[in-house]
Design a binder for this molecule. Structure first.
Ligand SMILES: [Zn+2]
Length: 142
């Protein structure tokens, strides 16, 4: 399964890659969408595992483009610390949160607090649920 990044996601990523310590309000002014919208998009990118930390450490291995040359270019620039221009149509690969295998178009989704976990099959979802039961329950009861 892949999740398509929209224009707001891309603008947000470009802004955060340049400076990961910006506030949602600063980003909101910069990319001209409301601060709550910025926050929603940010949280979604965290949720799907693309944004791995507040310093915006992107997993370029999760990105896909229609042309791999384009992606190599993005990775190359990222490694060298250049300003990256993200293109429309970038896709984020989703891996199973239990077995780390590829998740196909109909994932099993588990809501944990306000986050979603993605699984390749219902048995991975069940196993994850059993393994992390205590944590899942404490998050759900907040
Ligand atoms: Zn799995």
């Amino acid at each position: 399964m892949t999740i398509k990044l929209d224009e707001i996601d891309l603008a947000l990523l470009e802004s955060l890659v340049a400076d990961g310590r910006k506030s949602f309000r600063q980003i909101s002014r910069e990319i001209r969408v409301s601060a709550p919208t910025v926050k929603l998009h940010y949280e979604r990118l965290v949720n799907i595992g693309l944004i791995k930390g507040v310093s915006v450490d992107l997993d370029f291995g999760k990105l896909e483009t229609k042309t791999s040359a384009k992606l190599d270019q993005i990775r190359h620039k990222a490694v060298k610390g250049h300003k990256i221009k993200f293109d429309k149509g970038l896709l984020v690969k989703i891996a199973c949160d239990y077995c780390n295998g590829p998740v196909h178009d109909k994932p099993s989704i588990l809501k944990v607090g306000n986050q979603e976990r993605f699984f390749c099959c219902t048995s991975c979802k069940t196993l994850y649920n059993e393994k992390y039961r205590g944590r899942i329950e404490s998050l759900s009861n907040k």
